[in-house]
Design a protein around this ligand. Sequence first.
Ligand SMILES: Nc1ncnc2c1ncn2[C@@H]1O[C@H](COP(=O)(O)OP(=O)(O)OP(=O)(O)O)[C@@H](O)[C@H]1O
Ligand SMILES: [Mg+2]
Length: 321
Amino acid sequence: MKSGPVVVAGGLNTDILSRLPAPLRLGTSNPAHTTFSPGGVGRNLAQNLAQLGVPTRLLGVVGDDAFGESLLNLTAASGVDVSGVLRRAGPSGSYLAVLTEDGELHAGLSSMALTAALTDAEAQRWAGHLDTASALIVDANLPPEVVARLLDEAARRGVPSVLEPVSAPKAGRLRPLLSPARPVWLLSPDRAELAALTEQNLTAADDAALLDAAQQLRQRGADFVLITLGQRGSWLVGEGLPIHTPARQAQVLDVTGAGDALLAGLIAARWYGQGWPDALRQAHLCAALTIEALGAVRADLSSERLLAEWGRPVLLLSSAF
Ligand SMILES: Nc1ncnc2c1ncn2[C@@H]1O[C@H](COP(=O)(O)OP(=O)(O)OP(=O)(O)O)[C@@H](O)[C@H]1O
Ligand SMILES: [Mg+2]
């Protein structure tokens, strides 16, 4: 197994969260409390991995504005190698959420034109980053042809790949890409994304139906499928499985980034050579810690922090992804 960096390809955004102290009045100015913080699924995954001690390289694109500069600087400061992130003319990606007094989402506005405009030619130029990679993680914010190219280039090099579906609409775009000819080591849908990937209505599906849907994805080239179910934990489906792992009890403050922390915690544990049950427990611990704090990534999430929370070493020091 290679012990090189985990390469993460995906979105980099600035999360702009505006909380309203009173009901929203349309067509006029409203007082609000607004915060700006780095986000984007791929970027969040990369920051979490780097903080957990995994060498991590991020591939993506930012604009030529101050937000792009700041995203690059803050992400690099957390330990991520950002040398593969492109800078292009135009506005950097952003996600603007208008939240009610209770923190519920009123409206979310995603602006990711530069990421959406990435092409197969750029993906081909990125392929060299996979030569020494121990794993590839791709987020579905990238255009489907870029996702397909990166998965194929990873497969050609024997690099295991992880596909994070991001949202139900973006998962739907991945559906035609999945095939036994394009193997994916791990696919990590939530319930809505699993429904979009398998074209089924799973809104009220019981566990047996969810596991059945995951098996369908295995027949289309996914070795393992991690179904995340919020406070009900997760199911991991694959050879010799399934296993259910309960979520950790958490005092929820901000659910942003829960899924990203979960996946990064899982990959970090596997990178350090842990088996699935321990890796899954670590993953849920990372998710719980993340939703107990504001922002998509906790700057204090680290292996030391996990050790303190768990009371025993969670990351072994032998790399065998
Ligand atoms: N209310 C909660 N209580 C405890 N843990 C939670 C809660 N919500 C989420 N989690 C944790 O976060 C993990 C990921 O959340 P979820 O299953 O909602 O994934 P997701 O839909 O991909 O999330 P995201 O919107 O962040 O992408 C869960 O498996 C669980 O560990
Ligand atoms: Mg998710």
